[in-house]
Design a protein around this ligand. Structure first.
Ligand code: HEC
Length: 506
């Protein structure tokens, strides 16, 4: 007889079951001992290799989920069809091995710090339970490989394992995405079936007048929710800091309280976002959308005014600057109440609609509203190409103040048209590539402080001109490909605006 073990068809005597039983039980023992032998999770003390391997948890964990789902499906099909059930042990072996690997990686991730709370503990034991059940299933499978062997015990274990897997995956997903991730946008009939409260249309809630808004609850916390809470909440408290309630802000993190009432500059939640972008401790970390300047201004204002969790806007000293900053927020605060008409995009007036539709004759498809509920306009001259002259562009003068994006690439416009853009004080994006514009236009652009993106590709601009754009506080992208601008000037701009991305094509 051949000594080779054919795992897929025949049992190879008692050797394989005994081997899998011994190694399996040792593995189970080792996994259960893991949480008891390791100390408190603390990211600071952990060697990098622990954190490195831990990051593979979200990658590996999909393997056992996929494999066990497939095995379950096969088993169910086998139960209800006349064909012989699948006898192979390899799938279950890989399923169990990947489950063990996922649990070990998950445990290292946990030891790397930043995860705590009931949900995390639940997930840890759930994942461990699943891996143990998976190994037990493998052992039982090894003992019931004979074609005549009963599959009942194996099936019970298999179904049990998949059940525990479902529970552990649900907890895991809740940690990364939040507990109501799946149901957040569920339609009301489904919510009802799941025993959740029906969603109320937001419009039905009348907005409180600005003076009546509670500064912390209605304004500050929503800002933190939007920018910070994904990493600073129950179950995922990076730096041991939670930012989802007032009490937690006061409690603070490793470095102590996150807020210092009356003194924004001593408050950690202000200090971190104000660090330079390239500082490792800058918050939010690289890759996440930064907190906006007006949002931070509001947080600072609230802290400087005493960081009271209950006070209303009307009870604090409200400056014009803060009023404008609150007006810019997109937090469902009744825009009309904030009374900064120019800042907030309101519905277009009938006059504006009429003007725009009249202009459409000259600029087919070129002029449109930014969205259905917006009075902001976007303009593109791309379809007109060289037919778009200064003379034609001048016809747009009445609506230029409403423009937020303007694309004049490869048209015939010159500095004369750019001078007209001086009234476009809300302009965020302008494309002037391959036009005849020169440095003369830079003075106009340098005053449009909302500009985030400026494209000067293939124009005659020089160092002297583009350096003026360092006056643009919100500039994020500057295209200078195929211009005469020198690397020295680019270095100078980068120094003045470290966050700006300069595209030079080299
Ligand atoms: C993508 C995840 C992420 C986001 C989003 C994020 N942080 Fe953090 N935060 C971290 C990590 C990781 C640490 C721990 C490392 C450190 O201290 O730099 C941390 C630590 C901190 C600390 C230090 C806590 C202490 O006491 O040690 C503060 C303060 C902080 N963050 C504030 C903020 C603020 C304010 C925001 C929102 C503007 C924010 N974070 C958004 C990941 C994040």
């Amino acid at each position: 007889m051949s000594k080779e073990i054919d795992l897929d068809t025949q049992p190879a005597g008692k050797g394989l079951p005994w081997f899998l039983t011994l190694t399996g039980l040792l593995t189970i023992g080792g996994m259960i001992a893991m949480p008891f032998l390791a100390g408190e999770p603390d990211g600071e003390k952990m060697p990098d290799i622990v954190r490195f391997l831990g990051r593979f948890h979200p990658v590996i964990l999909h393997l056992p989920i996929g494999i066990f789902s497939l095995i379950l499906l096969q088993e169910l099909l086998g139960m209800f069809s006349k064909e012989k059930p699948q006898r192979g042990i390899l799938p279950i072996f890989f399923g169990a091995a990947s489950a063990v690997a996922a649990v070990i990686a998950g445990f290292l991730l946990y030891q790397g710090g930043g995860f705590e709370g009931e949900l995390v503990e639940d997930h840890l034991w759930g994942g461990l339970g699943f891996a143990c059940a998976a190994v037990l299933t493998l052992i039982v499978k090894a003992w019931s490989l004979a074609p005549t062997a009963s599959q009942a015990f194996y099936r019970i274990l298999l179904f049990g394992s998949v059940g525990v897997m479902g529970y552990a995956s649900h907890d895991g997903a809740s940690i990364t995405h939040g507990p109501d991730y799946l149901t957040e946008y569920a339609p009301n009939p489904i919510r009802k079936a799941l025993g959740l409260e029906p969603k109320v249309e937001e419009k039905e809630i009348p907005a409180k007048p600005l003076e009546e808004q509670v500064v912390y609850a209605d304004i500050v916390q929503p800002i933190l929710n939007k920018r910070c809470v994904e990493c600073h909440k129950e179950g995922k408290s990076k730096g041991k800091l939670r930012m989802d309630t007032f009490e937690m802000l006061v409690k603070g993190g490793k470095e102590g309280s996150a807020i210092e009432p009356g003194s924004a500059e001593d408050s950690n939640i202000v200090i971190r976002p104000e660090l330079p972008m390239d500082d490792e401790e800058h918050m939010p970390p690289e890759g996440k959308k930064d907190i906006e300047e007006h949002e931070l201004a509001i947080v600072k204002w609230w802290i400087n005014e005493g960081a009271d969790p209950a006070k209303k806007v009307g009870e604090l000293k409200l400056t014009e600057e803060i009023r404008a900053a609150i007006g810019k927020l997109d937090l469902g605060i009744g825009a009309s109440e904030v009374a900064v008409a120019e800042e907030v995009s309101d519905l277009p007036s009938d006059d504006l609609r009429a003007t725009v539709s009249k202009l459409s004759a000259d600029f087919p498809g070129g002029l449109s509203f930014e969205s259905q509920s917006s009075a902001n306009l976007t303009f593109t001259g791309v379809s007109l190409r060289k037919n778009l002259t200064d003379e034609l562009f001048a016809k747009l003068s009445p609506v230029i103040p409403k423009m937020v994006t303007v694309d004049l690439s490869a048209t015939s416009v010159t500095d004369a048209s750019i001078a007209k853009l001086a009234t476009a004080t809300n302009l965020r994006m302008v494309r002037l590539s391959e036009t005849g514009i020169t440095d003369a236009s830079m003075d106009t652009l340098a005053k449009l402080t909302k500009l985030e993106s400026v494209n000067l590709y293939g124009t005659k601009v020089t160092d002297a001109g583009v350096k003026k754009l360092t006056a643009l506080p919100n500039l994020k992208r500057l295209y200078l490909w195929q211009t005469a601008v020198t690397p020295e000037a680019i270095a100078e701009i980068k120094k003045a605006l470290p966050a700006v991305e300069i595209v030079t094509g080299v």
